[in-house]
Design a protein around this ligand. Structure first.
Ligand code: SDX
Length: 430
């Protein structure tokens, strides 16, 4: 009886040669396949995995997902417990440092992040230079890169103290930038952060304070916003986090790496889905019948935005929590009339073979927009909210990557399908 070893035995039927490839942590190393060739001149075998459907790009301790069972944990703590008991800034520190902070450490962190919320005057002018109807995600993308231009010291990735300052700077300022983009789009003066207030309370105040300075956000709305930010804080190697890691692997500064994450998140298949869900619901509410819409989805004409997930083949645990947060917000703002339509679409989909067979369930984006809209935000701002929440996750993953001895500049290979060598043809001979 041969001993069972953690390895694959691969026989190349082209040569009859067998190879022993070790299995470690449920993976094989793609580079172990390079030895498989029919002659020494060959490059050797590669794996081909468009969109990385089955490729681990890194080893990470930050977030754990179990897509089949709808499990999400930040540093081992279940998302349900963090949403119920923690705060966004505590979760941000947990993601970055890996442990729940002491009371003193959390208070110091909160003070540092809120103190970093003000943005320099030239960034305010930068935002004012955009047309009022510019999409806030395009402005956020540019503003974060502009912020980086203000911190040439950020290029020194070896100095942890310098990088911690940049991390605090980005978490603090991205919320202020988000509020300023909203105010700019409405032609309203900026409301500067008040360092005596908490992070989420500051954000709502910077959004909605009127020129008499009189605005106190309802504590239920502050809490609901904090929960939403917690739910968006990290999600292992999603598209935008992979962009942050890949761009960051060139050893560019962290602002540029985060700007790459914002660009990826902007897409409607990723963070832009929450905005797309609201527009989809509005379209159906405006006249297209839900049944006609769902038939169009099943015919492949369009997607039920806010449904489906690369990893979750079960209910996204965040969607469940957001649905509960709806109750807290709507108790203050009144129920968003689109809630019934969204619930009806969910019930229809969960009972329909097309969705059941493809394991399509509501994801984090399906209900979040209903809350953002109830908080008074326009659909174009929804993905900015996602970016504010995701900033600590991007930063924790980036920091892990620059300290990972196995990582180097990210540079995939390709399968070349283009022309063989050919000679240039002069214009008169074409
Ligand atoms: C986020 O990765 C993350 O972790 C992301 C995220 C995070 O926190 O970072 O969770 C945040 O981005 C959530 C997802 C938000 N996007 C959407 O809601 C957009 C709508 N959903 C999809 O486009 C899609 O489900 C994705 C992009 C989310 C996942 O796409 P996959 O894994 O590439 O799946 P696929 O496109 O290969 O679809 C598989 C099948 C296809 O049908 P068949 O070709 O097999 O017949 O399912 C169908 C798809 O047509 N399908 C859908 C659908 N999503 C997939 N059909 C209708 N509506 C949908 N929403």
């Amino acid at each position: 009886m041969t001993s069972k070893s953690d390895s694959l035995t691969i026989t190349d039927n082209r040569t009859g040669t067998s190879y022993e490839v070790p299995i470690s942590e449920e993976t094989i190393r793609a580079t172990d396949l390079r030895q498989i060739k029919t002659s020494d001149e060959e490059f050797g075998l590669m794996t081909y995995d468009p969109a990385y459907m089955n490729t681990a790009s890194c080893r990470s301790a930050v977030t754990y997902l179990d897509g089949d069972n709808g499990v999400l944990r930040y540093r081992g703590y279940p998302i349900e417990q963090l949403a119920d008991k923690s705060s966004f800034l505590e979760v941000a520190l947990l993601l970055l440092d890996g442990e729940l902070p002491s009371k003193a450490a959390l208070e110091a962190w909160e003070k540092d992040v809120v103190a970093a919320m003000p943005v320099p005057d030239h960034i305010e002018k930068f935002i004012e230079a955009f047309p009022r109807d510019a999409h806030p995600m395009a402005m956020l993308l540019a503003a974060i890169a502009a912020l980086g231009a203000n911190h040439p010291e950020a290029v020194d990735l070896t100095d942890d103290a310098v990088q911690r300052t940049q991390i605090i700077n980005i978490i603090g300022k991205i919320a202020t930038l988000g509020a300023y983009l909203y105010r700019h789009s409405k032609g309203l003066p900026f409301v500067k952060p008040d360092t005596s207030k908490g992070y989420s309370e500051n954000f709502l105040t910077m959004l909605y304070q009127d020129d008499k300075g009189s605005y106190t956000p309802d504590p239920h709305l502050v809490h609901a916003l904090d929960v939403l930010l917690i739910l968006h804080a990290d999600h292992e190697q999603n598209c935008s986090t992979s962009a942050v890691r890949s761009v960051g692997s060139s050893q560019v500064d962290v602002y540029s790496a985060v700007a790459a994450g914002i660009a990826a998140l902007y897409g409607p298949l990723h963070g832009g889905a929450n905005e797309a869900v609201l527009k989809m619901l509005r379209r159906i509410e405006g006249g297209q019948s839900a049944e006609e819409f769902m038939n169009g989805v099943k015919e492949g004409k369009e997607r039920l935005m806010g449904f489906g997930h690369r990893v979750y083949k079960n209910y996204d645990p965040r969607a469940r929590i957001i649905k509960k947060a709806c109750d807290e917000v709507f108790a203050v703002t009144g129920v968003n009339p689109l809630l019934d339509l969204a619930t009806k679409l969910e019930e229809t989909a969960l009972a329909d073979d097309y969705f059941v067979q493809r394991k399509l369930y509501p994801n984090v984006d399906f209900y979040s927009g209903l809350i953002y809209e109830a908080l008074g935000l326009p659909a174009e701002m929804f993905t900015v909210m996602f970016a504010i929440g995701r900033a600590p996750g991007w930063l924790a993953q980036w920091y892990e990557m620059i300290h990972d001895k196995e990582q180097k500049i990210s540079r995939p290979r390709q399968i070349f399908i283009g022309s063989d060598e050919r000679d240039y043809v002069e214009m008169d001979a074409r």
